[in-house]
Design a protein around this ligand. Sequence first.
Ligand code: GLU
Length: 476
Amino acid sequence: MTVRVRFAPSPTGIPHIGNSRTALFNWLFAKHYQGKFIVRIEDTDRKRLVPGSQEKIMEILDVLGLKEDESYRRGGPYGPYIQSQRLRLYQKYAHQLIREGKAYYCFCSPERLAKIRKEQQKKGLIPKYDRHCLHLSKEEVEKKLRSGQKYVIRLKVPDDKDISWSDLIQGKITINTVNIDDQILLKSDGYPTYHLAVVIDDHLMKVNYILRGSEWISSTPKHLLLYQAFGWQPPKFGHFPLILGPDKSKLSKRHGAKSVLDYIEEGYLPEALVNFMAFLGWNYEDNSAILTLEKLVKFFDLSHIGKSNPIFDRQKLDYFNREHIRRLPLTELAKRLKRYLPADYPLKGDKFSRLVELCQPRMTNLKNFLSLTEFVYPQKIVEIKDLTKYLKAAEVREVVKSIRQRLAKVDKWTLPSIKGTIEKEMKRSGLSRGKVFMALRVAILIRPVTPPLFESIALLGKELTLQRLDVALNRN
Ligand code: GLU
């Protein structure tokens, strides 16, 4: 039997990275078993739709490399893959349940529902529909329908029944129906609720594994009741542990969790995001292992998804990003950096490649490159800082000045000649190597954190190096 899983986002906004984990886990599961990964757009909650979010959700899949097998844009045998284009189906099935006595029309006004809710709350009861319309006679129902009264269709939920399933991740779960309302299946605008649409679609699209976040556990008994009502074989269910923020509450944008697209904008690699997301719930021998999508497909399984809640840790994301940056071939890294650099970036060709090589071990994200290499901008000369943070004014005058003079005499501006000259002068001064280097770094390369000193000076060229040393000497 082919594994068929689905990612079923609601286009109600751009999901944060934690939500994209659901897509990743489903995709990995499908690919591990050579199955199919289906994307279905669940857009039945019309009030919450956010224009443009559907496209962004698809863009996230593209960026991460999670290619779908079936969707509205790729087609497939069980379309349409957008719920708002399937309304007739949901209506047909809802009416079938009515005919079979498993669901009923409810004509109660929102005012009446609000009133009973209030009364129940006052008594300390969990709000639940009081089944007023379940007891209407056939004639009463027909009369109301004929007169065009607005209605919803509700599921007859059995009283006090245990609904159980063996969850692939959480183990056996049992939930009693006592607190489950007679679910609305079809709304008065003819749109289905999530519960009806999800069950019909998962069945018709032959989805056999439903893998989603734990926030959906309380919906599962409702879905199982619907499978029963339709006489359909339910799929297997697995609920991933919730991702928590550092304060142990459910991860949200408030914790700084952004969307995959935001992280890309900040200079994170898709490879790093994938690696990071995989360990938000799934465990491997070593949860800091650097794994590509290919490797993840090979190793991924549900038995290594625990029940304990993973904590979202930004530093870990930085760690994965650094590691993946280090592993990129130089030409690839250079290519990817282009997006983050202004068109007038001064270095090109071989010099640019050399600089990329120097920065590769020092970058946490691709945006860092620009700040690490600010020194390549000739005009940055004016920003030279105070060197007395590192050396006394007299020492600056002595050692920086002599280095400047010696460097001016260097004919061939090569790494060995620059290194030799500076090392020699520094030794002669008897000053601490660390301090002199810092002073030179700030004077010539503008910032205290840069690629290696001598290599950078070699790249910068003689003229700019001497100019900057002159400015530094004038100011100190
Ligand atoms: N449309 C639901 C969501 O927004 C899908 C939930 C499910 O996977 O059943 O996440």
